[in-house]
Design a protein around this ligand. Structure first.
Ligand code: URA
Length: 209
């Protein structure tokens, strides 16, 4: 099993419950996802490296700590990762962004890559991969495999929901990648959906169904 951080904060759990409700409109789903992503960013960046700078307050000079946001890369797994990316960037605006386009073959449920674009000098960067649903784990596993080839300093994975099957698959393939999630649901169904889940995250955030 990988290291799994389930973010139990009441604000996270409250917003997730509202998102799960099938009556939530596209706009409220998107707004909640944005807010939840900011809260998840708070957790996943807890041990981010800081650097010391010197500033002048109105009264005197002092040394203080700031985040070196440029060293951080958010990697969004298209298309649903976009929803998490926006919220995370609003709290870490200096971060770089990478995209991986993967679609799920509806028959095999395997991840097929159609796009890959990362910032330069990935060996100097800490990577946070984002995708709302860690279901079969196929997309996450393929994305992390691709990223590992670029030898970043570290890789973490952030989702909103996962299930025992997704955690087991990810843990087998990438036991060194910690997972941050708001909940671990009961199970995966035969179509690769998480139960009870929240449905198709991409369709719900973009209103495509
Ligand atoms: N992707 C989704 O959007 N929802 C699921 O339940 C599983 C994968």
């Amino acid at each position: 099993m990988p290291t799994v951080h389930v973010v139990q904060h009441p604000l996270v759990q409250h917003k997730l419950s509202l998102m799960r409700n099938k009556e939530a409109s596209t706009s409220s789903f998107r707004r909640l996802l944005d807010e939840l992503s900011m809260l998840m960013a708070y957790e996943v960046t807890r041990d981010m490296p800081m650097q010391e700078i010197e500033i002048e307050t109105p009264l005197e000079t002092m040394k203080t700590q700031v985040i070196d946001g440029k060293k951080l890369v958010f990697v969004s797994i298209l298309r649903a990762g976009t929803g998490i990316l926006d919220g995370m960037l609003s709290v870490v605006p200096g971060a770089r962004v990478g995209h991986i386009g993967l679609y799920r073959d509806p028959k095999t449920l395997k991840a097929v890559e159609y796009y890959f674009k990362m910032p330069q000098a990935m060996q100097e960067r800490d990577v946070i991969v984002v995708d709302p649903m860690l279901a079969t784990g196929n997309s996450a596993i393929a994305a992390v495999e691709r990223l590992k080839a670029l030898r970043p300093k570290s890789i973490k994975f952030v989702c909103l929901l996962t299930c025992p099957e997704g955690l087991a698959a990810m843990g087998k393939a990438h036991p060194d990648v910690p997972i941050y999630t708001a909940a671990v649901d009961r199970e995966l169904n035969d179509h690769g959906y998480i139960l009870p889940g929240l449905g198709d995250a991409g369709d719900r955030m973009f209103g495509t169904k």
